[in-house]
Write a new protein. Structure first.
Length: 391
C-alpha cells in the first residue's frame, strides 16, 4: 500500500446498521492504467439506498467516484492464491462484482473481509431481486427503456457460473489449473462485457442522432409552415396593393376626363365671352351711329327754312319757326322729330324717307364704320289747312 498507508489496518471491515452506508472498509481494486494492469488501494463505502459503491483515497473521506450497482447480476469469491514476487503487496483474497455495465474485481486483506463484502452485497441483491430497481447516476441520465432490457446482461451471470464447470482443455487435478480456468473465464467475460458496452454506447449515440434528426425535421416542418403563411400573406398584400393601384389609376383617369371636359367648357365659355364682347362692341357702335344721326337730323331740322305759300293765309304768330309747339318738338328729341316729320312732310314722303333711311343704315353698317350723310331737300309745296278740314 506504500508509505501513505503504512500504519493503516487494511483488515478493517465495518458494518454500520441503520446508517446510509451499511458497510465500509479498505479494498484493492483492479484497474487498467496505460499498457498494464494494476491494483490500487481505496476506502469503499456501500450506499444501500442509492445502490452506489463509493470509493475514497482516505478513510471516511470525500468520495472521488462510485460504482453504480444497476441491476447487480452476480457477486462471488475467487480462490485464494499466494502473493506474487513481482507484487508482494497484492491482497490474496479476491472477489468480483458483475453489474449491468461491466465486471469489477476487488481484493481484501483477509478472507473475513472478503466474505463480509460478498455476503452483504448478495443480501442486498436478493432483497432487490424481482423488483424493477432503477438508480439514476449522478453523471449521466439513464433512459427508462434501458432498465427493462435485462436479458442482454445475463451473459455475465452465465459466464460466472461456468467458472465452476469443467472445461475439457483445462485439467482439474490441481488448484493451479482451476485458478487458470477461472482467470481465463473472467478475462473472457470482461472482454465480452466491454464489447457489449461499446455496442450499447453506439446504439445510444444512434438513438440520440435519430432524436436529433426527428427534432430537426419537426423544426423544418414548422419553418416550412411559417414560410407558406408568409408567402400567403405576401400574396394577399400584393393583391391588395394591385387593387389599390387599379383604383388609383381609375380615379386618375376619371379626374383627367373631368379636367378635359372642364377645359372644353372653359373654351366654349371663352368663345361665348368673345362673341358677347364683339356683340357689345357692335351694339355700342350702332348706338353711337344712331346717336350721331339723330343729332345730325335734329341739327338739320333746326336749320331747315319754312316754305312760304301764297294761298296760305296764316298769321304771323302761327309760323312754324315762331310757334311754341314747334320749339317744344325740337327740344323733345326723337319724339319731336317724329312729330315734326308728320307736321312738315306728307305720308308718301315719310314712307319714302323711311325706305331711304333703312338703305342708308344698311350701307353705313356694312362699311368701314364711316358715317354717310345724305342731303335731303324740303318738299316744294306744303299746304297747311287750319281747322277741321285737314291738310
Amino acid at each position: 500500500a506504500g508509505s501513505v498507508h503504512a500504519h493503516v489496518d487494511f483488515s478493517r471491515f465495518q458494518a454500520l446498521p441503520g446508517a446510509s452506508h451499511s458497510i465500509c472498509g479498505w479494498l484493492q481494486k483492479k484497474t487498467s492504467e496505460g499498457k498494464g494492469e494494476g491494483w490500487r488501494m481505496f476506502w469503499f463505502m456501500f450506499d444501500e439506498k442509492r445502490g452506489k459503491l463509493h470509493f475514497c483515497l482516505k478513510e471516511n473521506g470525500s468520495s472521488i467516484g462510485f460504482i453504480g450497482l444497476h441491476l447487480l447480476t452476480a457477486v462471488g469469491l475467487a480462490l485464494p492464491h499466494t502473493r506474487k514476487k513481482r507484487n508482494p503487496q497484492r491482497f490474496g483474497h479476491e472477489f468480483h462484482i458483475i453489474t449491468k455495465h461491466r465486471p469489477y474485481y476487488f481484493a481484501a486483506e483477509t478472507s473475513k473481509s472478503a466474505k463480509g463484502w460478498v455476503e452483504e452485497l448478495t443480501r442486498w441483491r436478493k432483497r432487490n431481486e424481482g423488483k424493477i430497481t432503477r438508480f439514476i447516476r449522478d453523471d449521466e441520465n439513464v433512459n427508462n427503456d434501458q432498465t427493462k432490457q435485462t436479458s442482454e446482461y445475463q451473459l455475465a451471470s452465465v459466464l460466472t457460473t461456468a467458472m465452476t464447470r469443467e472445461i475439457p482443455s483445462i485439467k482439474r487435478s490441481s488448484v493451479l489449473s482451476l485458478n487458470s480456468k477461472q482467470l481465463f473465464v473472467e478475462d473472457y467475460c470482461h472482454h465480452l462485457v466491454q464489447a457489449y458496452q461499446q455496442i450499447r454506447q453506439q446504439d445510444e449515440q444512434f438513438r440520440e442522432a435519430l432524436v436529433s434528426i426527428f427534432s430537426l425535421r419537426k423544426q423544418v416542418n414548422v419553418l416550412a409552415m411559417k414560410l407558406r403563411e408568409t408567402q400567403k400573406s405576401r400574396q394577399e398584400f400584393e393583391g391588395e396593393v394591385i387593387q389599390e393601384l387599379k383604383r388609383s389609376r381609375e380615379d386618375l383617369l376619371s379626374t383627367r376626363n373631368r379636367l378635359a371636359h372642364t377645359k372644353q367648357i372653359l373654351g366654349v365659355t371663352y368663345r361665348s365671352l368673345e362673341s358677347v364682347t364683339e356683340n357689345e362692341t357692335r351694339l355700342q357702335n350702332s348706338y353711337n351711329l344712331a346717336k350721331r344721326r339723330i343729332l345730325s337730323l335734329e341739327h338739320r331740322l333746326s336749320t331747315l327754312p319754312l316754305p312760304s305759300s301764297p294761298t296760305l293765309n296764316m298769321p304771323s304768330s302761327a309760323t312754324p319757326s315762331s310757334s311754341p309747339a314747334i320749339v317744344d318738338m325740337v327740344g323733345r328729341g326723337k319724339e319731336g322729330e317724329k312729330e315734326r316729320e308728320e307736321l312738315y312732310f306728307p305720308a308718301s314722303l315719310q314712307s319714302k324717307k323711311r325706305v331711304e333711311g333703312g338703305r342708308e343704315e344698311k350701307g353705313e353698317e356694312g362699311g368701314d364704320g364711316d358715317v354717310l350723310e345724305t342731303t335731303e331737300e324740303a318738299p316744294p309745296n306744303i299746304v297747311v289747312v287750319s281747322g277741321e278740314g285737314g291738310r
